[in-house]
Design a protein around this ligand. Sequence first.
Ligand code: AKG
Length: 340
Amino acid sequence: MSELVESALRLPRLARTVLAARSFNRQAQTPQTTAGQQQFNMRSSMDLHPRIGKLISRSVVRGTPPDAWQIADPDSSRFFDSAEVERAVQSIRRDGFFVFSHIVPSDITTAIREYAEQAPAIARGADQPAGVYPRTQPLVGRYDIDETVALQCVEVQEFVTDPVAALISQRYLNQPVLMDEVAFWWTTTQGTQDTNLNAQMFHQDRDRLAFLKFFLYLTDVTPETGPHVYLRGSHRHIPRSLRADGRIDDASVQKAGLWDEVTELTGPAGTLMAVDTIGLHKGKTPTGGDRLALENEFCTSLFGNDFERPHFPASALTRDRYAAMPWVLQRYAQSAGEAP
Ligand SMILES: O=C(O)CCC(=O)C(=O)O
């Protein structure tokens, strides 16, 4: 289909997305799925501009209960220094990302890494049952640990329920947020043939209208061990040539004259980053060793893609945090102590 016809179709898709998202957010019980056509319409309308999802979110996510803003005590965070909140928000607004100065203590990162070393992981693209990550001899470029498995680790629960991350997301998006997704994965040196599959080509995340992600490195990350890579400023503006919903190669970013804005986010184990991944980003394929990363996402609405309500044995801290911020942690209501 010609680009002209495609462009003409984006506006009606945008209008349908606004209507569908409004109706979704008015339901008394949050639907667990978003119809495929609605997902497509939303993703397609995001070709118009990287900020379009945030605009839709502000217009349709209304009437959240007053306790939606409520969060647990920020000083209870062992991951973030709450003194960095304002700087983080300003930096994400300007650049699309922020690397925190505060490094997460090594007893926490070691506990999470040791958990990942023995947890079942799924070899991406291999069509095999989950198994322990073969760290000395990885076969594929990416091994994913599913959210329910990740949440068996109490330190992972502590990370994904962190009140400072919720606060930064609220302040950045200017709306109430809820914890939406946990990703936990190894990237390996075996990924050079599968850069598309392993999210190692530039792309935008378009699963929600408005969202913010936090990445925690659990191994030391150098330019050789698979840093997260971000096109600075692309959360605010993306040239037309790079706006398609799909994978974009480095040559296209170079051709658009933007290579100077490409930033590799490196740091020792314990490095934390907040990233607005509506901007163009990718993982760099490791060449010198593997990388373990843990990520969580806060969004303003569960419209856009299907979601799960994982079951896991909640720690005392998770229960306390759920009690303090039930709206933010609503996906965990069942596991954290409330009847469904
Ligand atoms: O591995 C990374 O740093 C980025 C991963 C990513 O963008 C994704 O999983 O969508």
